[in-house]
Design a protein around this ligand. Sequence first.
Ligand SMILES: NC(=O)c1ccc[n+]([C@@H]2O[C@H](COP(=O)([O-])OP(=O)(O)OC[C@H]3O[C@@H](n4cnc5c(N)ncnc54)[C@H](O)[C@@H]3O)[C@@H](O)[C@H]2O)c1
Length: 360
Amino acid sequence: MRTAVVIGTGLIGTSAALALTERGTTVHLRDADHDAARTAASLGAGTVEPPEGMVDLAIIAVPPARVGQVLADAQREGLARHYTDVASVKAGPRQDVLELGCDTRSYIGSHPMAGAERNGPLAARADLFDGRTWVLTPMPDTDTETLNAALELVALCGAVPVVMDAAAHDRAVALVSHTPQLLASLVAARLEHAPDNAVRLAGPGIRDTTRIAASDPRLWVDILSANAGVVADILEEVAADLGGAVSGLRAMEAADAAKRGEGAAAVADVLRRGNVGRARIPGKHGAPPTRYEDVAVLIGDQPGELARLFAEAGRAGVNIEDVTIEHSTGQQAGLVKLAVAPGAVPTLTAALRERGWSLR
Ligand SMILES: NC(=O)c1ccc[n+]([C@@H]2O[C@H](COP(=O)([O-])OP(=O)(O)OC[C@H]3O[C@@H](n4cnc5c(N)ncnc54)[C@H](O)[C@@H]3O)[C@@H](O)[C@H]2O)c1
């Protein structure tokens, strides 16, 4: 790819532009807000000068509701040989593209599965898509050259392509992203008026399940409004499960032992199904989930402690697969759990004990 235009130089557009520029593509930047395009250019993402002729690929990185119109205008202008968008939902833009009579042979939908808490060009990074999945949703008549141009974009951005149908994509992101966002918010919302001494008991469970509840509500209303029907369908299924769990819990309080048994079985069923679903989440690098074992180490709250601990594991020849840190409320210490391959546990524990670390 020698030349590209990025339309919409926010977080995603500027990140793609930075990655392409780093790999030698000449990138032209456009945004309805000229300051955003100029800011992207000042970060080294490309030039605000218009291209002299047709570019190889136009990347449309505007909000989902604007994709169709921007594509129609760009095609009318003859801007590029191939076009893609990066919107987080695919069925709505696809419908707009069809209704506006765009040329669908030179267009392919796409969605890089990467983001950040902040929007705008200043939050952009050239390595934002490194190792991430990038979904491609071709139209039935998308040309092979257009698919190849999109594959080249994905490769230049260091991402991994996955081809999917637009509706299947929207259901998938509703399952793995949009519904979890709402459920995390609902769980965290229970704490809004909880007494301080109750909130102080918060441990890693509530921290893990509510981490994404800190997201920006305005951004999420935009995302959810573009996939509202699909998310509502899934939430209705969750609501049916919730109803079952509530009935089960009520039955667990019954005087009748048989009823209590039925209630416990219903609740156990929800928990068991949760185990099955959780076990299906892919592990590192998309591989099937691997069972690691935790080595728990108590560390002081001082600069350099984590680095010292990691260096110790490195010296022992042990690869750290994952790390979690539990901070206990009101104490200047944390419990670091190093997830390692089961075979590495004896080596690591022996090495850490020898060097005076406090293991739990
Ligand atoms: N933020 C994420 O985590 C994320 C992840 C994957 C995909 N996406 C998708 O990427 C797209 C861009 O999101 P973002 O996070 O970069 O948003 P952003 O707000 O950072 O940037 C969007 C940019 O588009 C510009 N714009 C809006 N309408 C325009 C138009 N008609 N013509 C030209 N420019 C226009 C805005 O001025 C803004 O600079 C969206 O479709 C979003 O769904 C976002």
